[in-house]
Write a protein that binds this ligand. Structure first.
Ligand SMILES: Nc1ncnc2c1ncn2[C@@H]1O[C@H](COP(=O)(O)OP(=O)(O)OP(=O)(O)O)[C@@H](O)[C@H]1O
Length: 357
């Protein structure tokens, strides 16, 4: 998109200003009740043209809701957002011309058509000039490394190939800004590496990318800057290096384990010097990660506390982006629990005061 077609003075590719979004949900059948869910509460950030920006957060954090507001699929309850200076609520057409949206999963492609025919179909839909279509499709197939496979039906494609075709689809109308919502979900490690190369190439070509992913190594490798969102609000901003430096003064212990329960973890959490304990499950195998104050040398105590479970390899390692992310999300949920305990307490004392009066 030529720069002169943007409103003057638009310094940022994406700007979100105090975005809020609430959903009304109806529950119950006999006595239906409407409840309000606040998915996004005051999200603000800016993305510079050509930047690869990561929006990371746990399930239900508000990532998809934020992206849907930025790409005009959902109106904000309050707050504003702009794409290259165009308001997402007012200038919908201008915004849509400048953005592409790629989401993970199986939807959005025609299985019985070839990759080329899928792209031809969507090129028509997106209004790509007929005389430009052939060259554009060939260029995109090349960019996502599907040249040579373009005439095969998509139903025979691997998940990674489908994802790359999704990206080609999202780029057909040459958007300035591409939203990539969990592109590597369910993709095997080799295909995920190819996908990462495709995403890195986008950035090299000057496309602004807003990426959501649950894979921290991917975010670490690809993103220029990252925002961590939890409970509908941004909890941390920075380059991967800046976020990692938040936990740079911690020791991290990874313990391979089988059959560890929440109750087994309580004594580990209670050890002096322990800052965070998390468990990742891969089938029956678990990895218990314990972050502690640097130099606290807690391996022996931690292993003793977990002695009820079957344990395997134990590794002391340097903190990663994933450790920083876990620390940020845990701090948020601890603060939220303290806040809700406080408000429950004040509600009880208000009730007592009422009764006394
Ligand atoms: N259409 C909807 N109606 C009601 N509540 C919704 C709706 N969509 C999302 N929510 C709620 O809003 C909150 C934020 O959801 P959102 O999908 O934005 O999170 P997310 O960070 O994208 O999560 P995930 O990583 O699981 O995709 C959640 O509590 C979710 O249950």
């Amino acid at each position: 998109m030529p720069a002169q077609s943007r409103p003057s003075g638009a310094e940022f590719a994406i700007e979100a200003e105090d975005l809020h979004r609430t959903y009304l949900t109806r529950t119950g059948w006999l006595r239906p009740k409407t409840t309000e869910v606040t998915a996004v509460r005051g999200v603000s950030f800016q993305v510079r043209p050509g930047e690869l920006f990561g929006l990371l957060g746990p399930n239900g954090a508000g990532k998809s809701t934020t992206i849907k507001m930025l790409n005009t699929l959902l109106l904000p309850s309050s707050g504003t957002a702009r794409i290259h200076g165009y308001d997402v609520a007012r200038d919908t057409r201008e915004v849509r011309r400048r953005i592409g949206y790629v989401f993970g999963g199986d939807r959005g492609l025609y299985d019985r058509l070839s990759a080329r025919d899928n792209l031809r179909y969507f090129a028509e839909l997106y209004g790509v000039e007929p005389r430009e279509q052939k060259a554009r499709i060939a260029e995109l197939l090349d960019r996502v490394s599907l040249t040579g496979r373009e005439n095969e039906r998509v139903e025979g494609y691997s998940r990674g190939m489908r994802q790359r075709l999704h990206i080609a689809r999202g780029l057909l109308h040459d958007p300035d800004v591409l939203f990539l919502d969990e592109p590597s979900i369910g993709v095997d490690p080799v295909a995920a590496r190819d996908l990462r190369n495709t995403v890195a190439d986008l950035r090299a070509m000057g496309t602004t990318v807003l990426l959501t992913t649950h894979y921290m190594a991917e975010a670490d490798q690809l993103c220029d800057r990252i925002a961590v969102i939890a409970g509908g609000a941004i909890r941390a901003f920075g380059t991967p290096g800046e976020l990692k430096s938040r936990v740079g003064t911690r020791d991290v212990l990874d313990i391979e384990a089988y059959g560890v329960t929440e109750a087994d973890l309580a004594p580990v959490r209670a050890l002096r010097g322990v800052l965070s304990v998390s468990v990742e499950e891969q089938g029956a195998r678990q990895t218990v990660t314990v972050q502690s104050e640097r130099g606290s040398n807690l391996s022996r105590e931690v292993l003793a506390a977990l002695s009820a479970a079957r344990l395997g390899r134990v590794v002391n390692r340097e903190p990663t982006l994933e450790d920083a992310y876990i620390a940020i999300v845990e701090e948020t949920s601890a603060a939220e629990s303290a806040e809700s305990a406080e408000s429950a307490e004040s509600a009880v004392s208000e009730q007592h005061e009422e009764v006394a009066a």
